[in-house]
Design a protein around this ligand. Structure first.
Ligand SMILES: NC(=O)c1ccc[n+]([C@@H]2O[C@H](COP(=O)([O-])OP(=O)(O)OC[C@H]3O[C@@H](n4cnc5c(N)ncnc54)[C@H](O)[C@@H]3O)[C@@H](O)[C@H]2O)c1
Length: 422
């Protein structure tokens, strides 16, 4: 029996089309690993709960885990990123889903609890909300060993778990999948980079000739800066880390404090994992230009001070789904994308399936690794084994028909030795 609550089951046929297209772009997750899992059933008897963006790519991860023998429960990791057609299609694939677009905070946590009530053995989180809820409200799942280990998909979640671990509050083995080379160097940089186009598409503006402020020069934001420049924008980077700021400067971007950038910005895009990247002051709000577009691609809706901007506006006009025109007291118009939430996921469909293939191959292989190694795992942060990272890299190359060199024994000895010099 499948347990679920979705917006509209009649959307399943449309969702199936999306799953099919994504499947063809995810040859490693949806073919190579899925076919092996279907034969070997490495996840037999295991329940996996994922708190993830409910997209066609996540759907293909769920199908692969199911092919491996797992019972899969899913809920959304963001109130606005669930694709209702995909959620409906998943129910028909016998995946337990509790997710719909536009749920309230209370409903969001209800969905998480429904997944945790299934007594999952492996948790896959995106932003840490499910695993933190397990610690607070379902401690017995941790104490009695039901939860074997957990995985975290995004930078913000990893930061939260590192803080928990430091304070001795992390009671489960936690694999930060986000930090694998096959994840953040591709999903974050390429996916979020290209995501700026998807986020802003419906605003009918050209990037060319615009002053685009990119807050941060990390994995996501450096990719966003690169793509905005490629589209002809004059990109200005703001940072708090001196090395990242230098990297941006030497990559040819203007670098300045955000307070200096605000008055000249046509488009402001954030992806820092920080709070109040634009400090919520009257001076900052008054400094914004008429017509400026504000978009966030970081995990939470507090990078742009959304709540304070809503309070400051004298009028809020929805101009299309999840885009609002805010009229400030001086009559100035500000365009806020996706209510300050992940604009690439809310206003479009998130990362291309081709790049999610790598992230979700990692999640699939890590689920298998957790089950195989359950006796050895201890609470705390554990690095992704480099052989799994490499395996995903090789499988992806293979799917692209790309071959690479192999070290000879002599080369291996040389790069691992110290004796040969001048
Ligand atoms: N939209 C998506 O689809 C998507 C995908 C992956 C990650 N994310 C999220 O994007 C955010 C960034 O992730 P990342 O992997 O790029 O992290 P990262 O740590 O690689 O980069 C963040 C950068 O922001 C800088 N920064 C921090 N506070 C700042 C501030 N106040 N002003 C300017 N710069 C500041 C940091 O110094 C760092 O260089 C996280 O919240 C992550 O969870 C979103």
């Amino acid at each position: 029996m499948v347990n679920y609550k979705v917006a509209d089951e009649s959307l399943a046929e449309k969702g199936k089309e999306a799953l099919y297209i994504a499947e063809s772009k995810m040859p490693v997750t949806a073919k190579v690993i899925r076919e092996r899992f279907a034969k070997e059933k490495p996840l037999k008897g295991i329940t996996i709960a994922g708190c993830l963006h409910i997209t066609k790519e996540t759907a293909n991860l769920a199908r692969t885990l199911k092919a491996g023998g797992a019972d899969v429960y899913l809920c959304g990791s963001n109130p606005l990123s669930t694709q209702d057609d995909v959620a409906a299609a998943l129910v028909q694939e016998d995946i337990n889903v509790f997710a719909w677009h536009g749920n309230t905070d209370e409903e969001f946590y209800w969905c998480i609890r429904e997944c945790l009530k299934a007594n999952p053995n492996v948790l896959i989180d995106d932003g840490a909300d499910m695993i933190v809820t397990a610690h607070k409200e379902f401690p017995e799942l941790i104490q009695n060993g039901t939860i074997i280990a957990c995985q975290e998909e995004t930078t913000t979640g990893v930061k939260r778990f590192k803080a928990m671990d430091k304070q001795g509050a992390l009671k489960v083995p936690l694999f930060p999948v986000n930090d694998a080379r096959c994840k953040n160097q591709f999903d974050n940089e390429l996916g979020t980079g290209q995501g700026i186009v998807a986020a802003i598409y419906g605003m009918h503006v050209l990037f060319a000739g615009k002053n685009v402020i990119v807050a941060g020069f990390g994995h996501c934001s450096s990719g966003m800066a690169l793509r905005a420049r490629g589209l002809g924008a004059n990109v200005i980077v703001t940072e708090i880390d001196p090395i990242k700021a230098l990297q941006a400067k030497f990559a040819g971007y203007q670098v300045m404090p955000i307070s200096e950038a605000l008055p000249i910005a046509d488009i402001i895009l954030t992806a820092t994992g920080c709070k109040h990247v634009i400090l919520p002051t009257k001076e900052n709000f008054d400094a914004l230009k008429d017509g400026v577009i504000l978009g966030n691609l970081g995990h939470f809706d507090i990078e742009i001070p959304t709540k304070e901007i809503y309070e400051y506006a004298k009028e809020i006009k929805p101009i299309r789904q999840n885009v609002e025109e805010l009229i400030f007291p001086d009559g100035k118009r500000i365009y806020l994308l996706a209510k300050g939430r992940l604009a690439n996921l809310v206003l479009s469909e998130g990362h291309p399936a081709e790049v999610m293939d790598m992230s979700f191959s990692l999640q699939s292989l890590m689920s298998e690794y957790i089950v195989k190694n359950k006796e050895k795992l201890r609470p705390g942060m554990i690095d992704i084994p480099s052989e799994i990272d490499d395996e995903v890299g090789f499988l992806k190359l293979q799917s692209l028909g790309v071959e690479i060199d192999k070290l000879t024994d002599e080369q291996y000895k040389y790069i691992h030795g110290y004796e040969e010099g001048t």
